[in-house]
Structures are given as C-alpha cells and as structure tokens.
Write a protein that binds this ligand. Sequence first.
Ligand code: C2E
Ligand code: CA
Ligand code: CA
Length: 575
Amino acid sequence: MLTEAQTLFRPSAEKRRILLVEDEPINQEILRAYLEDSYEILVAPSGAEALELLHAQYETLSLILLDLNLPDIHGLELLRRIKEDSRSSRLSVIVMTADSEAEVDSLTLGAIDFIPKPYPQQKVVLARIMRTIELSEDRDTLSHTERDHLTGLYNRDFFYRYVIQLDAHHKDLPTDAVVLDVNHFHTINERYGKRYGDELLRRLAGWMLSRLEREGGIACRSKADTFLVYWPHREDYDALLEELSEYLDADMGSKGHVRLRMGVYADADKSLDAERRFDRAKLAADTVKESASNAVGRYDRSLHEAELLSEQLIESFPDAIRRREFQVYYQPKFNVRPDSPVLHSAEALVRWKHPALGMVSPGVFIPLFEKSGLIQTLDQYVWAEAAAQIRRWKESFGVTLPVSVNVSRVDLFDPLLKEKLRGIVEDNGLGFGELLLEITESAYAEDSRQLVEAVRQLRALGFRIEMDDFGSGYSSLSMLSALPIDILKLDIRFIRSAFAEHRDTRLLDTVVRLAGAYALPVVAEGVETAEQVAALRAAGCRFVQGYYFSRPLPAGEFERFIEERIRQEASFQND
Ligand code: C2E
Ligand code: CA
Ligand code: CA
C-alpha cells in the first residue's frame, strides 16, 4: 500500500511557499488567515531573519511578501539585497506599504507589485498573489524549457530544483535516487536508426510517467539514454526493471531484447547535494555495466568505501607528483619468431607507492584519473620518465630499447599533445621511433573523427602507434585498414578466452592472419604459459608480453633483460 505522502510526492501537489517578511503580529495574523488555505507561509519578523531563511530556502520559495517597515533594516535595503544575490534574484517580491511614495522606489529596485496597507479584502490579496506566482512560473518556463522535448520528462536543471523542493516538504520521507540506462543504446541507434531509438526512449519515458502518476516522484532525462528518478523508497527494483523491460520488448518485434541497467541509491542522504546523490546512483549503475542481462546495482557500503578511497587518491595526487611517488615499471616484449625469443622492447607501466595506502594498482587510479582529468599530468610524467630511461639505457648499454607508453583517450583531446610529445623526445635526444604510443581500442570507437585525426598527426611526426586492448569489444576487424595504426596489441581477455577451459584458438588464428593481411605486426599481452607462446607463434604472432617472460619490473631489475640480449647478440656474432 502506498501512503498518502507517497501519492503526493510530486511538485504540482505541493502548496507553494511564501516568505512573509513582517514584524507586526497583527499583520502576520491577518495574512496568515487570508492565505493559509492556499499557501504555506514562512514568517520572518526581521530583515536578518528574512535573509537567513532566504539563504537556506531560496529554492523552495515561490514569492516574498515584504513589509517596508522592519525593526532592523529598511525594507528597500532588504529588497536591494534580495535582487543582488543571484540565488534569490529570480524570486518575485510584493511590497506591502501604506506609503504610496515608496512604491516608485520599490519598483525601481525590482518589486513586482504592491499590496496597500491596511490590507484590501481577502479575495483581492489572493488574486494578486496568485497572478504574480503564475507570471513568475511562466517566466521561468519561458527562459528555460522545463521539459525535455523528446520524452516530456523534466530536463535536468528543473529536475534538481524539484528534488530540493520535494526534500523541503518531505524531510523525513525516505527517498531513493535512481539512474536508469539503456545498455548499448548507441548500437540500437546505429542498427535500427535514430527514429527507432527515439521511439524507444519515448516509450520508456511514457512508462515511467505513468508509474510516477500513480506512485509519486519525478523523473528527468539527463543524457541521451540516461534517466534519473527521485521517488519514495521502495524495494522492488528488480521486479520493476523486468516489468519495464518486458514492456519495451513487446514492441521490439523481431529487433530482439533491450537490456536495461539501473543504479539505486536507496534512502539517499538528504544532506548531500542532489547531484551528488545521483552520482552515487550512477556509481551503483556502473557496477553492473558488464552484466549480460537486465541488472540493478545498489550503492552500498563497499561502494561508499571505494568512493572515499577515490577522494583520498585524488586529494593526494598533487603531493604524490611532487614527491615522486609514482614509479615507472617496465615489462619486456619478446620477439618469438626466432628459435630463442629475443627482447624487442618494453611497455612502461606506472606504479604508485602511496605513503599511507602502500602500493596502489593502476587498475584503481587510472580510471579515476581519467574521469577527474588528472591523467594528463600523470601521463606526461610517465612519458618523460620513460624517455629519460631510454636515454640512460642508451648511454650505459649502447643499445636502443624502444619503450611504449600508454596514451589515454583524454590526452588525445589536448591540442598541445603533439608538441608535448615532441618536446619529450627531443629533450632526451631520441628518435620518434624509440618512444611508441599505445592507444586503447576504445579511444577509436567513440566519436572517432577528431581522435583519429590526432593520432594521424602523431604518426605523421614519426611516432609509431600500437592499438592497445584490441578485441576488448569495440572495434571490428574491418575497421583496421582505415585506422592509423602500426601494431596491433591483442587484449588480455582475448588470450584468456582462447585458452580457457575449452581451448579454442580459431578466432585468435583468424585475427592474427587478418592483421597479417593488413601488414600489421601483432603483440599478444597477458601471455602466461609456454603453451600459449607456442600457439601464438604458430598462428604467426610476432611479439609476446606477459608473466611468462616477466612481470613489470623497476628499471634496475629490468636491466638483466638488456644484458641478456647483449650476450645473445654477442654469441650470435661469434657463431
Ligand atoms: P594495459 O595497458 O593493458 O597493461 C597491461 C596490464 O596487464 C598491466 O597491468 C600488466 O601488469 C598486466 N599484465 C601483463 N602481463 C600479464 C600477465 O601475463 N597476466 C596478467 N594477469 N596480467 C598481466 P597494470 O600494470 O596493472 O596496468 C593496468 C592498466 O593501467 C594498463 O593496462 C593501462 O591501461 C593502465 N596504465 C598503466 N600505466 C599507465 C600509464 O602510465 N598511463 C595510462 N594512461 N595508463 C596506464
Ligand atoms: Ca598498454
Ligand atoms: Ca592492454
């Protein structure tokens, strides 16, 4: 059973709130009696109290009724302050005064109407107030459209404003912040057309709206295929998602199944910003991103701890860079064509020796830094370290060992990227062929044009590009010929599934052969066993990286591989 509070949990059901700034009890009483049935009245008997209330509640107010005779400051001064503060300036103010002279001043300062003192009849006062509120709401609606054109749901700005209003009226009602997402919506769009995609979103929104109609709550479309819902706490999200999914599938016809993903931050903490509450719901939704069926992720204790850790890592980043807590490790890549494999190059992988947390894995902080924009600073640090290392090895061993560094998607949007990399290479007296760039496959998949152009320019400069993580699910083999790459690096998962319980290397063989047809050398990563090396070599894969040869090592330890290669070469010459 739904409670009354739940069925009423929508903005249109609430009484509008009016702030009455008035010090005389008798006037307070009269206006209260006039207005109480239609409006909720907050009373401030002084200018100071009015400002305080405004500060805390400005988003929930619909109107201010202002007496000009206040005990502390003049009403006109208060009016000026209200109109000066960008948070309260949109609020309509009706001035109440017996002094007709003051009317002009009030108008100039931005008051919208007057109510003379002594007060006129109740219905006159009510009519003025109602008209003023209507006008100001129309004005709000005109200046930003409240609703999303496609779906008829609120747009994001209004949605957040209403969340705050609802909170003000239902302080103690437990509420949930929910994010709803269509998995792989872009694929649906690509495959069946934008019109079909739009129709799907409209149907989804229609279903949502009818639920909200019955059960209370509000929703918005925050991005293409992401919806936010704010409503009274409930438990039945799994069932809800199934129901919605069946509803959508019924209309898909032969087009198959729409997969949905939901993130729930249940009984959300109302002391947090609304945005922050929905960020948590989004975090929860991301935990079920890879799920093959409809899935609900919940914001729980472990996510909360992860969130705290993220904050801690982001906060300690500037110090970490300054104190050189990041260290670059090197993992060898071997050429497995010759009978005994030969060291070919290395990949630079960053490590963080955090003073409080110990060794932190890049798997934890890289995605975090990619989101928060810190990755560029870190990557440049790693590139410079790696380049300096190549130079030192050149000096001490007299050989060049090319090192590949990871370049994030975010880096590719940096207009200065080319110049930064050029600077690093030139400062260390290296050739462009000595510092290889690994760019993850997924970078090519999204809005690729700009990124592909950035990569093209790097290549034109002389850099060689490895496509990292190939096979992790974004690009197709047919794209390979069109992309600016020099080396194909098979994703670790690719190798894993080929050598899983039922060994099946057919796909692997095909990919390596195809890469050969495009004259692309292949690196396999995550290679752990001799069996894997043998199979890869048989398939025609030239380079292998993985624990089979070595884990990533600090530069000093890595040197044994260089020394070994020098010995190999010497004995080859002696033969
Ligand atoms: P990645 O570029 O795909 O790097 C390969 C990861 O697989 C490394 O993890 C490596 O230690 C691990 N690995 C290598 N061989 C094996 C193996 O045989 N078995 C298994 N199970 N794992 C193996 P790591 O060092 O933890 O790095 C994780 C990811 O973090 C990297 O994946 C890369 O995406 C990112 N990353 C690391 N360093 C940097 C960096 O300096 N900049 C950027 N942007 N990303 C980096
Ligand atoms: Ca890599
Ligand atoms: Ca990789």
